[in-house]
Design a protein around this ligand. Structure first.
Ligand code: GLA
Length: 389
């Protein structure tokens, strides 16, 4: 499916008159720095060349007509820009609606409706941010359509706000930021405490980024994501009584070891340990990449997974199997879960000549142990959102 097909579907459903725009926003993969973005730490994600295509046209009335080629069984879903509010039995339209609502909350009321057809080639619920991709895409379309004065970074923040307040997921800024600010060939080293960022070229020499999708579905809303976040918040509250910090990301490893006894609950201590050490690992990993030390970068990725598995406890048998099988394959430089966890995907750096063996070996072992197949994608790092036509 290419954008021309999405446009054809739009015309079939909604007619071909008027000004029709064609847009794309990427998905993202995080290389390292997991569950650090709501702890004032660093992340290192990149935008992908897979993502969400959107075809849209402004309407004169208030009506919203939405259709997704990924959910054709739902047909055209109609609503209105008036009185937008989250609904209990939510479907995918809560993402674009949430962003329209969020623009209004920020003083940019969307007064007219639109017709919108989407198609995404990011596997849904896989931890590659299909929802943030739809959010950023919607913000990008609204800016283009209504001339709102917002930067791409603002679009990311509005997307996060809508996800937090409209969709009830207390996510950090990483996904929307990576998508809105993506740059081909580069990952984004972002300090989530200040939103200062730097593009770092990903030069893997003779290796590729391979994403292994566990096919274990995950919805952030019903996962333990919000629970992890509040565990970190209580750890922070307790540790701040003995050392004045704003976020767990303010601590280095030695400081954490010195003050950790302030955290009463051992589980909260484990979560905080991950947040602190993962942030430091991310800083070291970017440094390693700058020094062309891909081997060290890979080792830090592996250590990240171990910490997410043992201390943060967000992996599960599916992701652990993918990663542990990956580690056994010769030519794998590093492998870890990526995104929120609890299902979804892993990211691995694999030498060119080992990619086929990797897919074969990890795929076979996974199917044997888990009972269903994993999917593999050799991905490229792409740009942020664009208007295609
Ligand atoms: C999800 C959230 C992000 C981030 C990651 C974990 O993708 O949307 O904000 O917290 O999980 O690193």
């Amino acid at each position: 499916m290419i954008w021309e097909d999405v446009l054809a579907k739009f015309k079939e459903l909604f007619g071909d008159e008027g000004e029709i725009g064609v847009y794309f926003a990427p998905g993202r993969v995080n290389m390292i720095g997991e569950h650090t973005d709501y702890n004032g730490g660093h992340v290192f994600p990149c935008a992908l060349t897979i993502g969400t295509y959107g075809v849209a046209r402004k309407r004169e009335d208030k009506k919203l007509r939405f259709y997704s080629l990924n959910f054709d069984q739902l047909g055209v879903l109609e609503s209105s820009v008036e009185g937008l509010k989250p609904e209990k039995e939510a479907d995918w339209t809560n993402y674009p609606k949430g962003v329209m609502w969020a623009f209004g909350e920020k003083g940019m009321k969307v007064e007219q409706g639109m017709d919108l057809v989407l198609y995404g080639n990011i596997p849904n619920g896989s931890g590659l941010s299909s929802s943030a991709s739809v959010e950023v895409l919607t913000g990008f379309i609204l800016r283009d359509m209504f001339g709102f004065d917002v930067t791409n970074q603002d679009i990311a923040l509005i997307g996060q706000f809508s996800e937090n307040k409209f969709n009830g997921v207390n996510c950090g800024i990483m996904d929307q930021f990576a998508i809105a600010m993506g740059k081909a060939g580069h990952a984004i080293f972002l300090d989530t405490a200040t939103l200062k960022y730097e593009y770092a070229p990903i030069k893997l020499e003779n290796a590729k980024i391979v994403i292994s999708c566990s096919n274990k579905k995950r919805g952030l809303g019903d996962s333990k994501y919000n629970e992890r976040r509040s565990e970190c918040e209580s750890a922070l509250a307790q540790i701040s009584e003995v050392i004045g910090i704003n976020a767990l990301g303010d601590l280095n490893e030695a400081e954490f070891e010195q003050y950790k006894s302030a955290i009463k609950d051992p589980v909260c201590e484990q979560r905080a340990k991950h947040a602190v050490y993962e942030n430091q690992r991310t800083i070291k990993a970017v440094e390693a990449l700058k020094n062309n030390d891909v081997k060290l970068f890979g080792e830090l990725m592996n250590a990240s997974h171990v910490s997410l598995r043992d201390d943060y406890e967000v992996t599960g048998i599916e992701l652990d199997t993918l990663v542990e099988e990956a580690w056994k394959v010769e030519g794998v430089i590093g492998s870890r879960m990526t995104g929120a966890g609890f299902g979804g995907c892993t990211v691995s750096i694999v030498k060119d000549e080992a990619v086929d063996t990797f897919i074969e070996k990890v795929g076979t072992a996974y199917k044997e142990k888990i009972g269903y197949a994993a999917d593999f994608y050799v991905v490229e790092i792409g740009d942020g959102p664009v208007k295609l036509a």
